[in-house]
Design a protein around this ligand. Structure first.
Ligand SMILES: CC(C)(COP(=O)(O)OP(=O)(O)OC[C@H]1O[C@@H](n2cnc3c(N)ncnc32)[C@H](O)[C@@H]1OP(=O)(O)O)[C@@H](O)C(=O)NCCC(=O)NCCS
Length: 193
């Protein structure tokens, strides 16, 4: 019998896509991160609030310092760098929720000046690839406020299916949020690769 090793995600950095480099965030990225993570409109439908330089430094030393996924409950945030210019324009995240169920979740954010070029779609697609092909996840979800139409379009563009609409599901930043749940299964990923 062939032993199957435990899944882990340990990418060789930078992870290269057609136009991008995905890589861990560092202290050199503080100004670039501040440029979009401090904008209120960017933060409207994401769990974090507009960030200060201090918050960014703190994240870099804690949550964003992780460069691999070795167990459930962890998450990996990677910066999105445009290969042609070296500019950091956004970031993507992959959560590993459950080892038993093989479940994960993606999230993404981009500087408004760099939206509309498909960069995030390209980066998020690579995170799905890492999740399905390297971490061997079974199912990856995206949870999106219904009013966040660019994000829902992005999930659909990735080939994720809308599975649910949870009406006024969450008390979020002072108001009820209706949540759209998107998902993709490993079978679907490999069928459409
Ligand atoms: C959600 C968010 C990342 C989407 O950004 P985006 O710029 O639309 O995403 P992309 O970089 O993938 O660009 C896709 C857009 O560029 C267009 N585009 C241009 N060239 C493209 C290409 N080569 N490939 C794909 N799309 C391309 C697409 O048509 C699309 O525009 P459309 O939605 O008007 O049709 C962005 O709005 C954001 O950061 N919002 C704030 C944070 C947030 O809410 N995150 C999600 C929480 S659930």
């Amino acid at each position: 019998m062939v032993a199957v090793s435990d899944p882990v995600l340990r990418p060789a950095y930078p992870v290269r896509t057609e136009r991008l480099l995905l890589r861990p965030l560092t202290g050199k990225d503080v100004d670039a991160l501040l440029a979009y993570r401090s904008i209120p409109e960017v933060c409207r439908y994401v769990p974090f609030h507009p960030m200060t330089r201090e918050v960014i430094h703190d994240r870099l030393a804690t949550q964003w310092a992780n460069t691999e996924l070795t167990d459930e409950g962890q998450h990996l945030t990677l910066g999105i760098e445009v290969a042609a210019t070296g500019e950091l324009i956004g970031d993507v995240i992959l959560f590993w929720h459950s080892r038993l169920h093989g479940t994960g979740e993606i999230g993404y954010v981009v500087h408004p000046d760099h939206g509309g070029h498909g960069y995030v779609t390209e980066a998020a697609r690579e995170m799905l690839r890492l999740g399905f092909e390297e971490l061997r996840l079974h199912r990856v979800i995206a949870r999106i406020d219904e009013r966040n139409e660019p994000s829902a379009r992005l999930a659909r563009r990735l080939g994720m299916r809308q599975e649910a609409r949870l009406v006024r599901n969450e008390w979020f930043k002072g108001e009820w949020s209706t949540e759209l749940d998107f998902a993709m299964l490993a079978d679907e990923w490999f069928a459409n690769r």
